[in-house]
Design a protein around this ligand. Sequence first.
Ligand SMILES: [Zn+2]
Length: 178
Amino acid sequence: MATQSAAWLIKNFWNFFKEYSIDKEDLIKKFNEVQGSGHDYVWSLLQDCHANQAKQFESGRIDERTFYQMNSNVYQQMSRFLQEFEKKKNRLLYQSLQEVNQIMADRFDDDLKGYEVFSVNCCAACDADDIKALTVEEALAHAEAIPSRCGNTYNRGCMVSYLILNDDHPYHRQKVQP
Ligand SMILES: [Zn+2]
């Protein structure tokens, strides 16, 4: 599917944008009006989502946890966009921002104990930390370091995820043997 068609936009991003009181017909109309710069248009919409939730947080309409969770969701879309449609190197930066905001949201869980790193087939540096247990503060630092740590071996972004440790999941698994 051509990445400049409205069908592409709807297929890949409507599930996300529909949560933002964006009118579908209006979205398609504007996208078609900027033929040739559809990518810029989608990126500006994602930036608008960020600005919008910052305003909602400042005015007290959403709480801090929701604010961080929404930030994490937008960064996820931005990093997906960069990987699939732009192949930009700075995808790692947006993955880092996504994870940091997700952890900031997770902190509101009373029984959050920390995280376990899950990294299999990412790169040598990330895989070395597989199954490592991290405190919340350590996980924040680990997520912030994604752009400087990850070798992005397969050019598909950083594959690290942070598994929540709590009363139900005090640990997750044994190390996978290569
Ligand atoms: Zn890596």
